[in-house]
Design a protein around this ligand. Structure first.
Ligand code: ADP
Ligand code: MG
Ligand code: MG
Length: 251
């Protein structure tokens, strides 16, 4: 599903290298987790994959189902099936949450040559998905994320994901700032979307989310590279010993 090879990325403004040769292959139907200390480049990886401005790819490649995504516009990447749930979801005053999601879904359909969803079908869809995620109708009517609590913002990200049905879902620290109940709800939302044709890249600083979203593979990113990969036991090891052992091993 996603094949990243030798990805090198610099900050455009400062010529500062952030990613220093990332290799990562995520198969369809699988959940991979990336853990790593603060500042190791996890968010940068998710931003570069989704096409955020300000980063320069100096070497390497990233393919989604065999197509080079680094040359695509962000909306083309989304239409190709890529989705990023933000670490810090932005508030968009003046844009209704429902309007936002319907516009995104219709843009995706248009890019794929499909018909727009009717207003009534969309309403049915969004209500059904919102109920599953325990998102109340009031949140759907409000401007995107405006006045939402941390947990509501994260659940709203998962709602967008449930509606757009992407193939490759990247979740950047979706657990940060969530209490245990909200985290379980988010994890259940993700688990409900797991399927043969869909892959996940779950970025997290802590192991607790991975107790609920059981990953197939865990990677450790340190200083812009994936330095170790393994099964879920690797997350347990990090939880117990921190990153010091792994960093010493790598050094
Ligand atoms: P993580 O998500 O693993 O905590 P980030 O990808 O956010 O790491 O950051 C990696 C490194 O790149 C950090 O040293 C961070 O300060 C730096 N960095 C990322 N984006 C920017 C930016 N836009 N301007 C300045 N420094 C940045
Ligand atoms: Mg960080
Ligand atoms: Mg981050």
């Amino acid at each position: 599903m996603l094949e990243i090879k030798n990805l090198h990325v610099e900050l455009e403004e400062e010529d500062k290298a952030i990613l220093k040769g990332v290799d990562l292959s995520v198969e369809a139907g699988r959940v991979h987790a990336i853990m790593g200390p603060n500042g190791s480049g996890k968010s940068t990886l998710s931003y570069v994959l989704s096409g955020r401005d300000g980063y320069e790819v100096t070497d390497g490649s990233a393919m989604l189902e065999g197509d080079d995504i680094l040359g695509m516009e962000p909306e083309e990447r989304a239409a190709a099936g890529l989705f990023l749930a933000f670490q810090y979801p932005v508030e968009i005053p003046g844009v209704g949450n429902m309007t936002f999601m319907r516009t995104a879904l219709n843009a995706q359909r248009k890019a794929r040559g499909e018909d727009e969803i009717s207003a009534s079908d969309f309403l049915k869809l969004v209500r059904a998905k919102a109920t599953e995620l325990q998102i109340d109708a009031d949140m759907l009517k409000r401007p995107v994320n405006v006045g939402f609590s941390g947990g509501e913002k994260k659940r709203n990200e998962i709602l967008q994901m449930a509606i757009l049905e992407p193939k490759m879902c990247i979740l950047d620290e979706t657990d940060s700032g969530l209490d245990v109940d909200a985290m379980k709800l988010v994890a259940e939302g993700v688990n409900a979307l797991r399927s043969q044709g869909r892959a996940f890249l779950v970025i997290t600083h802590y192991q607790r989310l991975l107790d609920h979203i059981k990953p197939d593979v865990v990677h450790i990113m340190v200083d812009g590279r994936i330095v170790k990969s393994g099964g879920p036991e690797l997350a347990q090891e990090v939880e117990k010993n921190g990153y010091a052992d792994i960093m010493a091993e790598v050094a």
